[in-house]
Design a protein around this ligand. Structure first.
Ligand code: ATP
Ligand code: MG
Length: 284
């Protein structure tokens, strides 16, 4: 049995649970009261923890694997490795200073008091840049520290930057970028490794499908060549004749990112009746 530690409730939990469900793993959601639950169709149990406790729990072997923000993984600096980046809970850890402060480069941080909940990551950054600043560790509401005179600058999570703005702060250095990651301890028994490989296979199939769409369209046969050039597909597009003489249906896979651009080009090339359908799983 594989034990997975996930965040009990917070910005990681909903997407983590969604990913596991998309991997076909059925379990009762932790909700507010549960500490753990067992999957009914996969040999896995899930532990619900505060995100800060996940790295330690995996390093100590209480859980075999964990899903946590890369920021926490880096800050806790436990003997773990990232086995898969999961692409959600994207944010960055940045230094911000009051808007009124003059700031040219990291050297201007010398001698300042910087408030943060990420002292280790900050110290590493300051050491690398040979900056002598005072790291002031606080556990929450870091963004209000300069406003109440507790610090001159802050080092904290930024996603859109609106919290900084409303506290009169300006982002000046991006130190790391973070996303949810799947972490594993240093050694795993062979039987658990096998289960982990199964889980990884499923996660990758979901991730690969996630940014691709299945596309179907109709086109006159004399346009098919041009249309196929726009649709590389997994190998090449599938072409099937329509019952209307001289017309075919073309099926392929496209990337989400290039979706709108492709649709325009396909229409211009003579495609009609275009359907775009989500793909649930995809194995390359
Ligand atoms: P816990 O109670 O588990 O300790 P928390 O309050 O420390 O939770 P959350 O705010 O739920 O943490 O954030 C969890 C993780 O989600 C963060 O460590 C970070 O990786 C990511 N994250 C935080 N804020 C954002 C955001 N605004 N946008 C996207 N991801 C974020
Ligand atoms: Mg936390």
């Amino acid at each position: 049995m594989l034990t997975l530690a996930i965040q009990k409730s917070g910005r990681l939990s909903e997407k983590t649970v969604k990913l596991l469900h998309e991997c076909g793993i059925a379990f009762e959601n932790g909700g507010s009261s549960k500490l753990k639950s067992k999957a009914s169709n996969f040999p896995m149990q899930i532990l619900y923890l505060r995100d800060d406790d996940i790295p330690e729990c995996v390093a100590d072997g209480i859980a075999d694997i964990g899903i946590v923000g890369e920021n926490i993984y880096r800050e806790k600096n436990r003997p773990l490795k990232i086995i898969e980046r999961l692409g959600f809970a994207r944010c960055r850890l940045s230094i911000a200073v009051p808007k009124s402060m003059e700031y040219r480069n990291a050297g201007d941080l010398n001698g300042l008091n910087i408030a943060t909940s990420y002292p280790n990551i900050l110290k590493t950054f300051l050491d690398e840049k040979k900056i002598n600043a005072n790291v002031h560790e606080i556990s929450g509401s870091v963004e209000i520290a300069p406003g109440i005179g507790l610090a001159d600058a802050i080092f904290d999570i930024v996603s859109t930057g609106s919290t900084l703005l409303s506290n009169g702060l300006r982002e000046v250095e991006t130190v790391i970028r973070s996303e949810a990651v799947l972490v594993v301890g240093e050694k795993l028994a062979a039987e658990k490794q096998e289960l982990l490989n199964k889980l990884l296979f499923r996660i990758r199939a979901v991730q690969t499908a996630g940014n691709r769409k299945y596309i179907l369209l109709n086109a006159p046969n004399d346009r098919i060549k041009d249309i196929c050039k726009l649709l590389p597909g997994m190998k090449s597009p599938t072409i099937m004749p329509l019952s209307t003489e001289g017309w075919s249906s073309v099926h392929s896979v496209i990337e989400e990112d290039e979706f709108w651009e492709k649709i325009e080009a396909l229409k211009a090339a003579g495609a009609q009746g275009i359907l775009v359908i989500p793909i649930e799983k995809m194995i390359l």
